[in-house]
Design a protein around this ligand. Structure first.
Ligand code: THU
Length: 140
């Protein structure tokens, strides 16, 4: 899937992973921040991997939803993400943190990222790309 290219098929994939990320968000373990996040990643092979954030009494051990989803993808033996959805609460959708951006760019140069903020009166959706979120990324 080319970033930003809008087609019925691509839009359907994005809608599908948004719903998967919403479901994953319900399982978030966020007793310290109360900020629940769900993520879903579609891969080239057609599979979808989800993640949610899970926090810890030792705050530095908190894991973000996006990295959890990437971990699920890797554990399943896949390495080619083609699209990502991130769902948070609020009218302004949250964006992936810097560490998650770096982790995602390890596996693809670019992909569309749908950001969704869930709130009382519905949701706010914004589509961006990984390259827009992390230009000039570190490479080794
Ligand atoms: N969080 C994510 O899950 N993804 C991000 O990209 C940013 C932050 C989580 C970590 C923590 O559990 C909570 O949101 C507040 O920072």
């Amino acid at each position: 899937m080319k970033p930003r290219k809008s087609s019925a098929k691509n839009d359907a994939i994005l809608d599908y992973i948004v719903e998967a990320a919403k479901r994953a968000r319900k399982n978030a373990y966020a007793p310290y921040s109360s900020y629940k996040v769900g993520a879903a990643i579609a891969t080239k092979s057609g599979n979808v991997y989800v993640g949610c954030n899970f926090e810890n009494a030792s705050y530095g051990a908190c894991i973000c939803a996006e990295r959890n989803a990437i971990g699920q993808m890797i554990a399943a033996g896949e390495k080619q993400p083609i699209a990502c959805a991130v769902v948070t609460g609020g009218r302004k959708p949250g964006t992936p943190c810097g560490i998650c951006r770096q982790v995602m760019i390890e596996f693809t140069k670019d992909m569309p990222i749908v950001l969704v903020g869930e709130h009382k009166s519905g949701e706010t959706r914004r589509t961006t790309t990984l390259s827009e979120l992390i230009p000039d990324a570190f490479e080794f």
